[in-house]
Design a binder for this molecule. Structure first.
Ligand code: FE2
Length: 367
């Protein structure tokens, strides 16, 4: 059975992070990442237990939520995991159907289908659990014209988001799960949502001297949605996935990859605004990269100046860079990616990337 038979997905809806202090996190994502605050819900709008800030940049929507009650699920999440991704929500034509199909195929329901309404129309939401405390909310919003969801007020001065620094869309969302559990979650996405496996990395391909991981990429929504899933593999030293699991307190979202059409401009903008990236890519990487990747539209001098990585496969090439972790715990980070035909994930960069991550892990004394 193909995915569209039972689980049509229109695309990403939003990434909601539960954080310790949403007001300050929103300031960071606005000023460092170039997002525009577009909507808000909290005590001032009649919501008693939380404050939520919606930020947008082109097709990307982030929601930052903190709990106002120490006993709330939001506050408990932020205490257990640190700031992290709670909800990877997906736009669907019919949320009740998506929920019923997923649950019939073995997904655990978290919130039954519910309809929310205000003067802008109505939305239908339904939520299922995935790895750890992470969830997927199915969002049906074709009958809604307001800012984000009923209960939110607009905070965008001209009614819409600015184009920011060129972050365009969500490319993929990566989950880290425990040793031996990757195939369970691969099968979860196949069974409950009709996803298919895109690429398989063997652990030799991405192991380094000190740590290793296994990764499989699940894709759905006719290729629009991509979920790589990592698990730790045996290494001589502690795997970086293991470090994540220890500090996050279990499985969760490892990184959010955001696509740009001009990575040099975007990364220049991020650096100017104070975003930190993984430790500098060695100069030798670029001598080798030019031979490995061949001719590209961008200047190698720009890529080297900014530390941007390049990789090529049969279909084309891609450019990518990874930020340092976005909070004190060594957990969630971001990737910026520009694709030119390649539908891969930078396999040729995995070794270079993970060695760079491990240099930072060593600095924290966790290697
Ligand atoms: Fe990635």
């Amino acid at each position: 059975m193909s995915q569209t038979d039972f689980m049509p997905l229109e695309g990403w809806d939003a990434l909601e992070l539960y954080v310790g202090n949403a007001k300050q996190a929103a300031y960071f994502y606005e000023h460092a990442f170039g997002f525009t605050p577009t909507a808000y819900a909290g005590p001032e709008t009649g919501v008693r237990d939380r404050a939520s800030y919606v930020l947008e940049q082109n097709e990307i929507r982030l929601v930052l939520t903190s709990g106002l009650d120490p006993e709330s699920e939001i506050a408990r999440f932020a205490c257990a995991h640190g700031d992290g991704v709670k909800d990877v929500s997906l736009r669907v034509p019919n949320a009740a159907n998506a929920f019923a199909e997923a649950v019939a195929r073995g997904a655990r329901g978290v919130a039954e289908p519910r309809r929310l309404e205000d003067e802008h129309g109505s939305v239908e939401l339904a939520t299922i659990a995935t790895y750890g405390d992470t969830v997927h909310t199915f969002v049906e919003r074709s009958a809604y014209t307001g800012p984000y969801l009923p209960g939110y007020v607009s905070t965008a001065s001209n009614g819409s988001a600015a184009s920011g620094i060129g972050l365009q869309s969500i490319d993929h969302v990566v989950g880290n799960v425990e040793l031996g559990r990757m195939d369970e979650w691969v099968s979860f996405y196949e069974r409950t949502m009709g996803f298919t496996e895109l690429i398989h990395f063997s652990d030799e391909a991405i192991s380094t001297e000190y740590s290793a991981l296994m990764s499989k990429v699940m894709t759905g929504g006719e290729g629009k949605i991509k979920f790589p899933i990592n698990e730790p593999a045996e290494g001589r030293r502690k795997s970086q996935i293991e470090e994540y699991l220890d500090f996050y307190g279990g499985p969760g979202v490892q990184h959010l990859a955001l696509a740009t059409e001009d990575i040099v401009r975007t990364v220049d903008g991020l650096r100017e605004r104070g975003v930190r990236f993984l430790v500098a890519t060695p100069g030798a990487y670029y001598e080798d990269a030019a031979r490995r990747v061949g001719s590209i539209d961008q200047s190698w001098a720009d890529l080297q100046r900014l530390g941007i990585l390049a990789d090529r496969d049969d279909e084309g090439y891609l450019l990518q860079i990874f930020t340092a972790t976005a909070q004190d715990r060594p957990t969630l980070f971001f990737e910026v990616i520009e694709r030119h035909g390649s539908r891969g994930f930078g396999e040729g960069n995995f070794k270079a990337l993970f060695e760079a991550i491990e240099r930072e892990q060593a600095l924290r004394g966790n290697l």
